[in-house]
Design a binder for this molecule. Sequence first.
Ligand code: BG6
Ligand code: MG
Length: 219
Amino acid sequence: MGKKGIIFDLDGVIVDTAGFHYLAWKNLANELGFDFTEEQNESFKGVSRVRSLELLLEIGGRTATQAEKDVWLKKKNEEYLSYIDDMTKDDILPGVKKVLDYLVDNKVPIALGSASKNAKPILEHVGLLPIFEVIVDGTNVKKAKPDPEVFLIGASQLGIVNEDTIVFEDSIAGIQAANIAGMTSVGIGDPGVLNEAQHNFHDFTEISTQFLDNLLNIT
Ligand code: BG6
Ligand code: MG
C-alpha cells in the first residue's frame, strides 16, 4: 500500500459558506420572481457559478441573454463576497481544525479540491492557506464535479495514486466525482442525501483519530 493523502472540499466542509451561496442564489431567484428552496439547493453544491445560474434559471422557467446572465453572475458573487468578507478563523466548521492539526502532525499530505474561484481568499480569511500543500480550485479546472478532474489534479500534484486518496465532501456531485476517480469518499452532512459516500459523518466532531488512523494506516 502506498502513502495516503487527503483532499478536502472547501464550501460546506471546511467553512460554513454553503449557506452564503444558498442565500445569494435565493435572493437572486426572489428578485427574478420565483422561490428557491434548500432542497433544490442540494444539487447546486459543488457546482460552478455559471452552471448554478443555468440550473436556477431552469427552476424559474426563465431564459436570459448572455448580458443578463453576466449581470446576475456578478451580482450573486458580489453579495457572496460581502458575506465572506467578515469571515475569521471562528468560521471554520466545528472539529475541522482538530482533524487538520492531526493530519499535519502525522505528515499526511493534504490538498484542497474546490469548484470555487474564491477559495484562496476564503482560506486566507480563516488562516488556513499555509497548511494546504496543493490547492486546486475553480481557477484551475475545466470540468465541474461530478467530473473527477479537480480531484485527479489534486492527487497527482500531491503525488498520491487515486486508490490511496481520500476525499471529504458535502455535495452529491463531489461524492460522485471521488467515486468515479476510484478514491475513498467521505460524506460530510446528511447521510440520506450523501448515500453514495463510502463513509458518512454529520460533521467533523464525529470523526475520531481512530477512524483517521484506520483510513490512513497510521499505526
Ligand atoms: C462550490 C460550491 O464549492 O463552489 C458551489 O459548493 C459554488 O455552491 C462553487 O457555486 C463555485 O463557487 P464560486 O465561489 O466560484 O462562486
Ligand atoms: Mg462543498
